[in-house]
Structures are given as C-alpha cells and as structure tokens.
Design a protein around this ligand. Structure first.
Ligand SMILES: *[C@@H]1O[C@H](CO)[C@@H](O)[C@H](O)[C@H]1NC(C)=O
Ligand SMILES: *[C@@H]1O[C@H](CO)[C@@H](O)[C@H](O)[C@H]1NC(C)=O
Ligand SMILES: *[C@@H]1O[C@H](CO)[C@@H](O)[C@H](O)[C@H]1NC(C)=O
Ligand SMILES: *[C@@H]1O[C@H](CO)[C@@H](O)[C@H](O)[C@H]1NC(C)=O
Length: 392
C-alpha cells in the first residue's frame, strides 16, 4: 500500500515535470516566433492588405486633408527625347518620365514590416491617392499602355510615395521669330494641380537634378543649351471661386542650328545675286540675254524667299530672314533696272554721236566707222557699269 502511494507520488512528480518542461518548451517556441515576427514583420502582401483595405485609408481623400498644411509634391522630369519643334503651330513634343514624390502619413508601415520599401503593382495604384497633376500648356498628351500602363509606384516605410510614369506630350511654346533663323527659343513646361489649391497641394522641384536628360538626347534642328526653373503659381481673382494654384515651370532654352539655313537659304541667295551681276559683263546690245538673266534672277529670288518662309507662321512683324531676302531681291532688281537705264542711254547716244562727233564724219562710212563707234560705246558703257557697281 505504502509502496503504491510512493509509486503514485513519483509518477505524479514525473508527469508534472514532463508537462512543465513541455510547457516551457512550447512557451519558448511561441516567444521565439513572436520575436521573429516582430523583427521581420508581416508578409509584404499582408502589409498592403492592412494599409489599404483593412484600415480607414481612403484614396479619395488627400493625405493632409485634415491638417492645416498642404501636401508637398516634389516633381522631377527625365527627358527621353524632344522630337519636334514646330514654328507653324508654335509647339513642341516631348517624351518624358514624370516623377512625383510625396508623403502620405496614412501609409507608414514601420510598425508592420522591416522592409525598406514596397513595390506596388499598377492594378493596385488606383487604390492609392495620387495628385491631380496636369500640364498647363499641354495641347495633347498620352500615356503609354504597351504592354501595361507604363507606371511605377514605390511606397517607403515612412509613408513616402514615389510615383513615375511615361508620357508623350505636345506642349505649346510661344516663339519669338524676330531673329529667325538665328533665334533662341524658350519653351516651357508648366506642372500644376488642376483641382487642389495651395491649401492642399504645393509643387516643388526635386532638390537634386530637377530636370534630367537622356544621354542620347538629340534634336534635329536645335541645340539644347540649358534650362531654367521658375514658379508659375497663379491666383485666379476674376471668378468668385478664387484660389491660388501651385505650379512649377521649367524652360528649355533651344538655339536653332543655322547650318541648314546656310545650305538651303544663304548660299543659294548669294549665288543668285552674283548671277545677276553677270549681266554687267554682257554686251549692251544683247538685250534678250540680259533681260532673261535679270527677270530669271528676280523670279528665283522671289521663289527662294517664299520657300524660306513656308514653314513659318504668318506673323506680322519683320524677321531677320525677311530683311536678308529683301536685300537680295533689291540687288537683283537693281541690276535689272540698271540694264534698263543703260539701254536707254545707249540708244540716246547713237544720234548724239552721229550729229556731234566730227570723227564719224572724217572717216569713210563703212565697217571701219561702225566698229569704232561700237568700241566707243563699249568703253562708255563700262564706265557706267563701274559707277553702278560702286553704287551697289
Ligand atoms: C483583413 O480583414 C479581414 C476581415 O475583416 C480579415 O479576415 C483579414 O484577416 C484581415 N487581414 C489582415 C492582414 O489583417
Ligand atoms: C507605431 O507604433 C507606435 C508604438 O506602438 C505608435 O506610437 C505609432 O503611432 C505607430 N505608428 C503607426 C504609423 O501606426
Ligand atoms: C523616407 O524614407 C526615404 C527612403 O528611406 C528617405 O529618402 C526620406 O528622406 C524619408 N523621408 C522622411 C521625411 O523621413
Ligand atoms: C511660388 O510663389 C508663391 C507666391 O507667388 C509662393 O507662395 C510659393 O512658395 C512659391 N513656390 C515655390 C516653390 O517657391
């Protein structure tokens, strides 16, 4: 009996120790797993699930809607290419990455995960608030959808969101063509919020390299000199819905390459003017040749000047190319007029010589006299041509 009791006691003791050891081990394992979870955090997809769906997050409300300060959106532009600069319609087209960065404190996840940042799929982007950015001087623009919308979004643990997208935009650029084709144009890009006033959104250029360029960027007819940054924040006072809308601006400074114009406009027009002078070396009697040369050069000059201006809008002021073309036209026209004047003088000279010159009577009439008269006419005409050339 006593034996039985002691056996029972030992058995109970053993059982208790096993249970307690087991319990300790189980507790330890649990604790370890808890620690591990605290260190590595939740799986990333659960973090997104909690942030976006299991919380009060509302993508229709801007991040600092309840606060008294605005959400600061830092923007950066990466220029992939500048394709066309069109004087006729006064615009230029660009292919860019528009990058925006802002802080949405509602999306902080440092308590859930140790990940530095999360990449967000384009299908999920519609569930996150993004600023309503637009280009104030845009004429046409398009997203790129091949093969999926070309967008990127990264969410950092402190709530910073980095959002980038690829765009093709056609932007208006008011050009001053007074110095065309030796002009320098300043083409802006204005980024602003359409719906939120400065109460809610403020734009700012990113600190480091606000405008970045593709290394292979090359323009067909221009050289990109530099860019400058500006603030185009605008207050609309006219309507009763007054408000100030934040806006940032960058101006691309483009210098036209004059090479094309030297080959296509300047050299041909100089040659045509020189061609019109050829008529000065022709005989005054060669009327058809000189008339043809004169009229032909005037017509060619007219065609040239309208060709040079074909790609320009019909602005009312005088451009540098107009002055050049007008000067060339003046030269060829003057050489035609000069011929008309010489011709009149040459015809008037014949009776004068016949009546007044005693030499012509001295010589016997015949081939000899005619040739002398011709020679005299030639030298006189030459003198007039030299005077005309000097005047020109
Ligand atoms: C989100 O909420 C649903 C229903 O309330 C719940 O079943 C699910 O476990 C929650 N998800 C996370 C990651 O907490
Ligand atoms: C993270 O946890 C700390 C303490 O538990 C809390 O004070 C803080 O508000 C939490 N942050 C977020 C974003 O939930
Ligand atoms: C948020 O985190 C990013 C990435 O780690 C960092 O560059 C940025 O300065 C942080 N922003 C703030 C306000 O702490
Ligand atoms: C732009 O100008 C407005 C006032 O005209 C000013 O309030 C705002 O801070 C400026 N923005 C930047 C980024 O300098």
């Amino acid at each position: 009996m006593r034996m039985n009791i002691s056996c029972c006691v030992i058995y109970l003791f053993l059982a208790w120790t096993t249970i307690s050891v087991n319990g300790d081990r189980k507790h330890g394992r649990h604790k370890k797993r808890h620690d591990k979870e605290r260190l590595t955090g939740l799986p990333r997809q659960d973090v997104l699930q909690i942030l976006i769906e299991n919380s009060t997050y509302n993508s229709r409300i801007s991040p600092d809607y309840e606060q008294d300060h605005a959400t600061v959106v830092d923007v950066q532009i990466y220029v992939l290419s500048i394709d066309t600069v069109n004087e006729q319609s006064m615009d230029y087209s660009m292919n860019i990455y528009l990058r925006q960065r802002w802080i949405d404190p509602r999306l902080q996840f440092m308590n859930y995960s140790r990940a530095q940042w999360l990449e967000i799929d384009f299908k999920l982007m519609s569930m996150i608030w993004v600023p309503d950015t637009f280009f104030r001087n845009e004429k046409k623009g398009e997203f790129h959808m091949v093969t999926v919308p070309n967008k990127l979004m990264h969410l950092y643990r402190n709530g910073t969101i980095y959002y980038s997208m690829r765009l093709s935009v056609l932007l208006s650029c008011h050009m001053r063509l007074q110095k065309y084709p030796l002009d320098i144009q300043k083409c802006p890009i204005k980024i602003a919020s359409y719906g939120y006033t400065t109460e809610n959104i403020i734009y700012r250029w990113i600190g480091h390299k606000p405008i970045d360029y593709n290394e292979e960027l090359q323009l067909s007819q221009y050289t990109l000199l530099t860019h400058d940054l500006d603030n185009c924040t605008k207050t609309y006072k006219e309507s009763k819905y007054t408000g100030s809308f934040s806006c940032v601006q960058a101006n691309f400074i483009l210098a036209r390459d004059v090479g094309y114009y030297i080959i296509q406009v300047y050299v041909p027009s100089v040659l045509i003017v020189i061609l019109s002078w050829v008529s000065f070396w022709l005989d005054v009697e060669a009327i058809p040749a000189r008339i043809t040369l004169g009229v032909l050069t005037v017509l060619t000059m007219t065609t040239q000047s309208s060709g040079a201006r074909a790609s320009l809008p019909r602005v009312s002021y005088i451009k540098a190319i107009d002055v050049w073309m007008a000067a060339c036209l003046f030269f060829v026209f003057a050489s035609l007029l000069e011929f008309a004047y010489i011709n009149v003088l040459a015809r008037r000279r014949v009776p004068y010589k016949c009546l007044g010159s005693p030499e012509s009577f001295e010589n016997s009439p015949g081939s000899n006299g005619v040739s002398r008269r011709d020679r005299g006419g030639g030298s006189r005409e030459h003198r007039i041509i030299y005077v005309a050339l000097a005047l020109n």
